[in-house]
Design a binder for this molecule. Structure first.
Ligand SMILES: [Cu+2]
Length: 87
């Protein structure tokens, strides 16, 4: 029983690992654009939270480990904005 509990804890720890991804977003002009970008990012599976910086043209995305930054960019591009994964 003790062993089962232990492995469960390990599982939870792995599942809750997050990564922070920085994206460069092109074409945002106003708060409505921010809302569009944020909405499309949050629709990507694995994305938990996103912060959009309108003036800087960037986004900070908190997502579950293993979530592909390319998938985030694809969603942003689909919404009509330019996107590149920042280093
Ligand atoms: Cu706009």
């Amino acid at each position: 029983m003790k062993k089962v509990l232990l492995s469960l804890c390990t599982l939870v720890a792995v599942a809750s690992a997050d990564q922070l991804v920085n994206l460069k977003i092109d074409g945002m002009m106003c708060p409505a654009c921010v809302k569009n970008v944020k909405g499309s990012l949050n629709d990507v599976t694995g994305v938990k939270e996103s912060t959009i910086y309108l003036k800087e043209g960037k986004a900070e995305v908190k997502a579950a480990d293993g979530t592909k930054p390319e998938a985030m960019c694809a969603a942003v591009k689909k919404a009509g904005y330019g996107c590149a994964v920042a280093k």
